[in-house]
Design a protein around this ligand. Structure first.
Ligand code: NAI
Length: 399
């Protein structure tokens, strides 16, 4: 079929199998260009492995450290005349590249919040790998069915306490406007967001894996968080999602206790703001990212998800020195984003930004390009008017 982008708001309803494969290949090539990571992980489970930071983590482990990888995610395969999701195609491409490189790679498609998928994953580790030495937790989801109660919790992206008004951009039309977001009406919204995006599910994974004996001596686990600048605090760090991130970060000491007898450690890494399917859904953030890209590219310090994850593995998690942590015990690879010179410049541009000067003073073009790349579009080498086979299989997943 001919597959062109079909966009609704911050979602692209279609994905291109050849384009996503190219996107994956670019990330693999980047990791290879950086050379092998000494003493990197060897057997890795990535939860949320099909897009964004999770996919980049899986690629870094496999191609930077020759690791065997198991990836868990929630994606839709293609049906005749209906493309699969980007994460489905990404994984198909990743597994093929891994196989060609002689690396073990298998994937599980299902609800990572469920006990059933945890059991399946543990069984697969036992059967094929014995144990894993790294667990990456990179889920981003709008809802979670709680495995103990069956209740479906839905997260909200809202400020707490007062209405938040600031600029935002419709990144397709390029219109900059003011947006007012009403605060949460009840504690329940906060609790639900914590239940979905906080640390409980990460803890469930590690508890069950430990109990089953599938965590190797000295195993590490890492989950991802965000802080960002003050201008996004009301909607991000001081909003409902920020409460969930506080909870995720607060899970680290609990996991450290749990892992202490096998000499394991848990970490939260605070990553840079980047265009992913999840971040494009947060109001205000896409405009901030467009300005951030402009400033960081001009300074020659821009990174995408793959550069971030390669640096996290090579210069933090597996560097030949003690891992530097901030005052709250977190790894920081948002260090370049948060540099004073970067933030001062972004804040100055934030004051000036409008529909009229958007193209000049922000990198909205780069934002859009990254957005379309996520779904396999905007790659020069691909003719999007040509037929492509939408029915692509993930080698390790049987129909
Ligand atoms: P993403 O949307 O690209 O990836 C989410 C992954 O979770 C996908 O693999 C998806 O299939 C999987 N997933 C979602 N629901 C699932 C379920 N029920 N069962 C199994 N898999 C499921 O998101 P992104 O942006 O890579 O986010 C990953 C983490 O990084 C999140 O914790 C996010 O808060 C954090 N982060 C993101 C930043 C950004 O700017 N995008 C910045 C800093 C941290």
């Amino acid at each position: 079929m001919i597959i062109q982008p079909r966009v609704r708001g911050f979602i692209c309803l279609t994905s291109h199998p050849e384009g996503t494969a190219q996107h994956v290949k670019q990330q693999i090539d980047y990791v290879k260009s950086k050379g092998k990571i000494d003493n990197g992980p060897k057997k890795v489970l990535v939860i949320g492995a099909s897009t964004g930071f999770g996919l980049a983590s899986r690629i870094t482990a496999a191609f930077g450290s020759d690791a065997d990888t198991i990836g868990v995610f929630f994606e839709k395969p293609a049906a005749p005349g209906k493309p699969g999701t980007a994460g489905w195609y990404n994984t198909a491409a990743f597994e093929k590249e891994a196989q060609a490189a002689g690396l073990y790679a298998k994937s599980i498609n299902g609800d990572a919040f469920s006990d059933e998928i945890k059991k399946q994953t543990i069984a697969l580790i036992k059967e094929d790998l014995g144990q894993v030495d790294l667990v990456v937790y990179s889920l981003a989801s709008p809802r979670r069915t709680h495995p103990k109660t069956g209740t479906v919790h839905t997260s909200v992206l809202k400020p707490i306490g007062q209405t938040f008004t600031d600029k935002t951009v419709d990144f397709h039309s390029g219109v900059v406007s003011d947006i007012s977001i009403q605060p949460v009406e009840s504690e329940e919204d906060i609790d639900n967001t914590i239940t979905v995006m906080g640390g409980e599910d990460w803890k469930f994974w590690i508890e069950q894996m430990k109990k089953a004996g599938v965590l190797a001596e000295g195993a590490k686990t890492v989950a991802y968080s965000y802080i960002g600048p003050e201008l996004t605090y009301p909607i991000y760090r001081n909003g409902t999602i920020g409460k969930a991130k506080d909870d995720l970060e607060g899970t680290v000491p609990l996991l450290n206790d749990l892992l202490s007898d096998i000499g394991g450690r848990s970490y939260v890494s605070v990553n840079k703001a980047l265009v992913t399917q999840s971040s494009s859904a947060i109001p205000v953030v896409p405009l901030y990212i467009s300005l951030l890209y402009k400033v960081m590219k001009e300074k020659g310090i821009h990174e995408g998800t793959i550069e971030q994850m390669q640096r996290l593995f090579a210069e933090r998690l597996y560097a030949d020195r003690e891992i530097p942590l901030d005052e709250k015990g977190r790894i920081r690879v948002d260090d370049w984003e948060m540099r004073d010179d970067v933030q001062t410049e972004v804040a100055k541009l934030w004051e000036q930004i409008s529909t009229e000067n958007l193209e000049q003073i922000s990198d909205i073009v780069g934002y859009r390009n990254d957005f379309f790349n996520l779904f396999g579009f905007n790659f020069d080498a691909i003719d999007y008017n040509k037929d492509t086979n939408e029915l692509v299989n993930i080698p390790s997943i049987k129909d």
